[in-house]
Design a protein around this ligand. Structure first.
Ligand code: LMR
Length: 326
């Protein structure tokens, strides 16, 4: 009677009880490495909220931000072991699984976010997602952050020659390593949450990242110069443990898919805010910003796109043809 009463008055039970057939509460652990107020951190929180609402509290997404549980070097294995069910690694962190992901790191491969979206919503996105399945992972969405910029501590950088002799912290990616080598610089690959310390202690002179990551991790406190170069793209694959995903009841999958679609659309708008974050960054810190002239940008582009041929055997010419042409 009580249940009937609640149903009649539209008051929904959080989950069915023993009278109606017990449905288990679902808890999904979602680990990521960036700040809660970055595009990925905000998307994760919004996704959790949407899932809570849409499932009437039956599904809980527990978000672990800032690499508090796992760094990017351990989160993929933790997902595969099933210790966590969901991650959103950046593309650069997936090339250890399959070198196809290196295509997304290529410098000057995309002119703008629309170019990235077109590629990821089309054949390229499909091919990249397919690489995950043999490794026990299921790609469910792509989230964006934005284009990478350069920061450093020694002098303003506007010409390719300005890189010579400097050391840059990079994500684990042969493309990123070769990119800096082509500019006469050296690299060190460290976890995201060690960058601040690397820059503070001089382990690296500089790094490349999106405006939102530079702002939310306060790299402006330990870097003097920043160049708006938009030289490559930083985005994320949203990934589930595949056997966990397959085992979910279909109504739960539906809720998750709906919430993912809404979050992905919202994340696109949030990413566009990177430009506004530049003024926040200028207000927060004492960092000198260099903007490239069109000629300078063309010089960088020419120098860095010269790396493409060496990656054809690694990435495959079919995938390389799916990024924006020369
Ligand atoms: C990094 O530099 O490691 C980050 O960009 C990682 C991330 O998830 O944004």
């Amino acid at each position: 009677y009580v249940i009937g009463f609640q149903k009649n008055f539209g008051e929904e039970l959080p989950y069915d009880d023993e009278f109606t057939g017990l449905k288990e509460r679902i808890v999904i652990k979602f680990s990521h490495v960036v700040a809660e107020n970055s595009p990925k951190g905000l998307a994760a929180a919004r996704f959790a909220q949407l899932v809570k609402e849409k499932s009437h509290d039956r599904i809980e997404i527990q978000v672990f931000p800032n690499g508090m549980r796992y760094s990017e070097s351990t989160e993929v294995a933790a997902l595969q072991r099933g210790e966590i069910q969901m991650i959103a690694p950046s593309f650069s962190n997936l090339n250890a699984i399959d070198p196809a992901w290196l295509v997304m790191d290529l410098p000057f491969a995309f002119e703008n976010q629309a170019g990235v979206d077109q590629a990821l919503n089309g054949q390229l996105g499909k091919r990249l997602s397919q690489t995950l399945e043999p490794h026990g992972m299921k790609g469910v969405a792509f989230w964006s952050n934005g284009f990478r910029q350069i920061t450093n501590n020694t002098h303003p950088i506007s010409q390719p020659a300005d890189f010579v002799g400097l050391k840059f912290r990079i994500q684990p990616s042969k493309v990123l390593e070769r990119q800096f080598e082509a500019l006469g610089a050296s690299t060190i690959s460290t976890p995201f949450n060690e960058i601040y310390h690397n820059l503070e202690t001089g382990t690296a002179d500089g790094q490349e990242n999106t405006i939102s990551n530079i702002l939310t991790k306060r790299f402006y406190q330990v870097q003097r110069y920043m160049t708006i170069s938009n030289h490559s793209y930083l985005g994320y694959a949203v990934v589930f443990n595949k056997s966990y995903w397959d085992s979910l009841p279909s109504d739960a999958k539906l809720v998750l898919q709906e919430a993912l679609e809404e979050t992905t659309r919202w994340n696109k708008r949030e990413t566009n805010e990177n430009a506004n974050r530049l003024s926040q960054l200028q207000q927060a810190g004492d960092i000198t910003i260099t903007r490239l002239s069109e000629d300078e940008r063309m010089l960088w582009r020419k120098r860095l796109r010269a790396l493409y041929p060496e990656f054809i055997p690694v990435i495959g010419s079919d995938l390389m043809n799916m990024i924006q042409g020369p």
